[in-house]
Design a protein around this ligand. Structure first.
Ligand code: FAD
Length: 392
């Protein structure tokens, strides 16, 4: 079988022709498979990062946003929104969080198995949403915006700089399209284009494994479990109306054992029923400033593609949204890629510093050596962004 190849920033991306079958378009509706060739902006990835970029564009820009998945898609994510995520989402689309059916998350219960202790912490202003619902509503927001065209099941195979323009190859509706744009944004997440390019970013550092069980327990509560025998990171049990999620973050090499660790955690928590869904996802954790890259292969990167995430606490939506807004504003302010990249790099510096400080703080807290040296409740309340307080 012949493979179509396309060079992308030193690496080669390939697609098997057999997989490029004819498909229907957005949300199951028939769409014209033809795509205009020229765009002002192409955004690759329709998660929170890509959505925020598209939603901040002026109406006179021709914007294409592509996602390789079929809408509506399901992303392994617990959908806990920090106060910051809520504020940014409200700025992008007033009332969106409420329309997602957000429920308050009030209590963080800590099971510190390393020290054989349990205690509850109050969580302020956090809510949980169904992540699929959040993505669907964001998508509805950008797909109906003047100037924006959205295609699902449209896989960006790669891109390259060509003078002032960018060339992007997109596999969609059985064809490989060669498109051009003034600016390309990589919003492809932890498993996406930038994170697979050896020249730019280290690969994701850990793997999240998560099982969905039938609903049980108080849906305003989440448990964090620390058990150094299972993982140097942490595990969680989140009681959502749609089900109980039991998961954990594991080092790459221990991902296989993660499934056994989660199953055994569920048994020890007295969970009833069998898991009806098992999910796995790569996660990043920046350890130094060079682990965060806001440009790669000539594209501007946002969210997890830029490695803006905190695997220690799971916080990633707020970083994706905020970097998307900053990137979108920089692009809206100028039509020249080089100027947009410059504006974006300067605007995002404080967010990079925040992500790095949170990640290194979390790594310090959640990896076993430090955990053993300091009571976890003291450690948790010292993390200001968690908005936690110890019970009186
Ligand atoms: C188990 C788990 C639980 C989590 N829980 C939380 C939580 O409770 N709260 C929180 O704030 N964060 C949480 N996170 C982190 C959060 O999910 C991510 O940080 C966030 O989704 C990143 O957004 P993004 O837009 O950068 O990427 P994503 O949401 O990953 O979106 C990337 C999109 O790009 C598309 N794509 C990839 N490659 C291509 C390509 N070549 N062509 C076209 N499209 C492509 C993908 O299909 C995808 O839709 C969790 C993560 C995990 C793994």
């Amino acid at each position: 079988m012949t493979m179509r190849r396309f060079a992308c920033g030193g690496s080669v991306w390939a697609a098997k022709p057999s997989r490029l079958r004819r498909i229907t378009g957005t949300g199951g509706q028939k769409v014209n498979p033809m795509l205009p060739a020229d765009w002002d902006l192409i955004v690759v990835g329709g998660g929170p990062g890509g959505a925020a970029v598209a939603l901040t564009q002026p109406a006179d820009r021709r914007v294409l946003i592509v996602d390789r998945r079929r809408a509506p898609w399901r992303k392994p994510c617990d959908g806990i929104l920090t106060p910051m995520s809520r504020r940014v989402l409200d700025g992008l689309s007033a009332g969106l969080v409420d329309r997602c059916g957000a429920l308050p998350t009030r209590c963080l219960s800590v099971l510190d198995r390393d020290r054989n202790r349990t205690f509850d912490l109050v969580l302020h202003d956090h809510v949980m949403v169904d992540r699929q619902e959040l993505d669907t509503r964001l998508r509805a927001g950008f797909a109906t915006r003047p100037g924006v065209t959205f295609r699902d099941r449209a896989h960006a195979l790669g891109w390259m700089e060509r003078g002032d323009q960018m060339t992007v190859r997109v596999s969609h509706a059985g064809e490989v399209h060669t498109l051009t744009a003034s600016v390309v944004v990589d919003a492809t997440g932890a498993a996406g284009v930038a994170r697979r390019s050896p020249r730019h970013l280290p690969p994701p550092t850990a793997v999240a494994v998560q099982f969905w069980y039938p609903s049980q327990g108080d849906p305003s509560r989440c448990d964090w479990i620390f058990d150094a025998r299972a993982t140097p990171f942490y595990m969680w049990a989140i009681h959502k109306p749609a089900g109980l999620l039991i998961g954990g973050v594991f080092p790459f090499a221990a991902a296989r054992g993660g499934r056994n660790a989660i199953a055994s955690l569920a048994r020890s928590l007295g969970v009833t029923g069998s898991p009806w869904r098992v999910q796995g996802a790569r996660v990043g954790m920046p350890r130094c400033r060079s682990d965060i890259s806001v440009t790669a292969n000539g594209a501007l990167t946002v969210g997890e593609a830029a490695n803006l995430v905190n695997a220690g606490t799971g916080e990633g939506i707020s970083f994706a949204l905020r970097s998307g807004v900053l990137c979108g504003r920089a692009i809206a302010a100028t039509r020249r890629r080089i100027d947009a990249a410059d504006l974006y790099s300067r605007a995002i510096a404080p967010l990079c510093a925040e992500a790095l400080s949170k990640a290194s703080h979390a790594q310090d807290l959640f990896t076993s050596a430090r955990r053993e040296a300091m009571p976890i409740d003291e450690v948790l309340v010292s993390v200001p962004w968690l908005s936690l307080e110890l019970p009186a």
